[in-house]
Design a protein around this ligand. Sequence first.
Ligand SMILES: Nc1ncnc2c1ncn2[C@@H]1O[C@H](COP(=O)(O)OP(=O)(O)OP(=O)(O)O)[C@@H](O)[C@H]1O
Ligand SMILES: [Mg+2]
Length: 154
Amino acid sequence: MKQKAETGGEVVNRMQVKLPALSVNEGMARAMVAAFVSQADPNVTELADIKCAVSEAVTNCIVHGYRDSTGYIILTVSILSGRVIKIEVKDKGCGIPDVKQARQPLFTTDAAGERSGMGFTVMESFTDRLRVTSKVGKGTTVTMYRRLSDRGRF
Ligand SMILES: Nc1ncnc2c1ncn2[C@@H]1O[C@H](COP(=O)(O)OP(=O)(O)OP(=O)(O)O)[C@@H](O)[C@H]1O
Ligand SMILES: [Mg+2]
């Protein structure tokens, strides 16, 4: 039963955008998700958490997925019955050789010392469920679910 509460039911509304993997689009993605999710009446904390999780996932596509290339990020956000927000962030970049290792707190492949290796940990703590699927040379898809507190809608 817990699983169902986390992952929601049928799609109530959905948005999808395809953005070039440019760092300016990280802010765009945050703003678009916030605007879309607002119709489900999230509280301030929920909205901030969702924006932060999206920001980490989109940044990863830009700095890691397409580190040696250019490409697109496909962002899909669904409002599911049960007041669950489902967010999918997909790139067709380099992929992750070992997802389990990549998800460990403090793990980073950044050699420049600018990154802390905490992005997946942030995504995990700000959502109810995080799924990462990846194939080297094909790309990465991050799927996150966050259930909103009950405010009498959906
Ligand atoms: N979309 C992606 N494509 C390819 N590799 C990725 C992708 N997302 C994450 N990774 C790999 O997983 C590692 C861990 O990601 P995570 O977001 O936790 O930390 P980080 O990005 O290195 O640092 P931080 O997010 O704290 O700035 C990255 O260093 C990178 O090697
Ligand atoms: Mg990161």
